[in-house]
Design a protein around this ligand. Structure first.
Ligand SMILES: *Cc1c(COP(=O)(O)O)cnc(C)c1O
Length: 227
C-alpha cells in the first residue's frame, strides 16, 4: 500500500518535472509522518525515502531516537522558542521560522552545538488568519535581520497554501512566492542562499513542482488519512 503510494507519487513527480523542464533531482520528497506510527515510517524508509517531516517536537524526538540515523529530519510545524534546544542537533532544516525572536534562539542553540542550521522563512501567502508566517511584504526585512545572526543559513521560503478542491487555485500563490524568493536572492545577503522553495502538499504538489518547488511535503498521499 505505502509502497504503491510512493511509487505513484514518485512517478508523478518525475512526470511533472519533465513537463516543467526540470530535473527530478531538484525536487526532494519529504514524507510528512506526523501522527503515524514508527512501523509505517520504517516501511517508507525501506522504500528508499530518507527525508521525513514532523510538526511536533516531542514526536520528532521520539521518532528520531527510534529510526536509522541517515534520515534527514525536517521540522515543518510551528516551533516554540523553549523547544528549539530539543531538536537543534536532530533536524537538518527548520521550515517554520517567522520571527526574529525564534531565529535568535535557533542561532544561539546552533552556536552552542557548533552547527549551522538551515532555515526557511515561512510566508503566509494567502494572508489567512489561521496561519503562521510573515506577510509577503515583511519577508525581506525579516530575512535581512536574520541574516546577521551567526550559525544560521536562510535557504529559502516556505508556505502552506490554502486548502482547495482545485489545486490550480493555488498556482498564483506559488508564483508569487517564487518571485519573492528570486527578489530576495538578488540582494545577495550573507548567509542567504534562497535557492529552495518549500511548498506543495498532497493536494497540490504537482502544481507546486511546475512552479518551482524544491521540497514537497506530502503526508496523506503516502500514509493515508490522519485521524
Ligand atoms: C501536515 C502537513 C503537511 C502534509 O499535508 P498532507 O495534506 O497530508 O500532504 C505539509 N506541510 C505541513 C506544514 C503540514 O503540517
Amino acid at each position: 500500500m505505502i509502497k504503491d503510494n510512493l511509487n505513484d507519487i514518485r512517478q508523478q513527480i518525475n512526470e511533472a518535472c519533465v513537463k516543467a523542464n526540470r530535473l527530478p533531482e531538484e525536487v526532494t520528497l519529504i514524507a510528512v509522518s506526523k501522527t503515524k506510527p514508527i512501523s509505517m515510517l520504517e516501511e517508507v524508509y525501506h522504500c528508499g525515502c530518507r527525508h521525513f517531516g514532523e510538526n511536533k517536537v516531542q514526536e520528532l524526538v521520539e521518532k528520531y531516537e527510534a529510526l536509522p540515523k541517515d534520515i534527514v529530519w525536517h521540522m515543518i510545524g510551528h516551533l516554540q522558542t523553549n523547544k528549539v534546544k530539543y531538536i537543534i542537533d536532530k533536524v537538518s532544516y527548520i521550515h517554520s521560522v517567522d520571527s526574529i525572536r525564534l531565529a535568535q534562539v535557533i542561532s544561539n542553540e546552533a552556536k552552542k552545538r557548533n552547527v549551522t542550521m538551515n532555515i526557511f522563512i515561512e510566508v503566509n501567502i494567502a494572508m489567512e488568519q489561521s496561519k503562521f508566517g510573515v506577510l509577503k511584504e515583511d519577508a525581506f526585512a525579516l530575512v535581512k535581520e536574520i541574516s546577521q545572526l551567526p550559525n544560521i543559513k536562510i535557504v529559502g521560503l516556505m508556505a502552506i497554501a490554502p486548502y482547495v478542491v482545485n489545486s490550480e487555485d493555488n498556482r498564483q500563490y506559488f508564483v508569487n512566492l517564487r518571485e519573492l524568493c528570486v527578489d530576495i536572492r538578488n540582494k545577495n545577503l550573507d548567509n542567504v542562499t534562497m535557492n529552495e522553495l518549500s511548498f506543495g502538499m498532497s493536494g497540490d504538489y504537482l502544481v507546486a513542482i511546475s512552479e518551482g518547488s524544491t521540497f514537497v511535503r506530502v503526508g496523506t498521499s503516502i500514509f493515508g488519512n490522519r485521524k
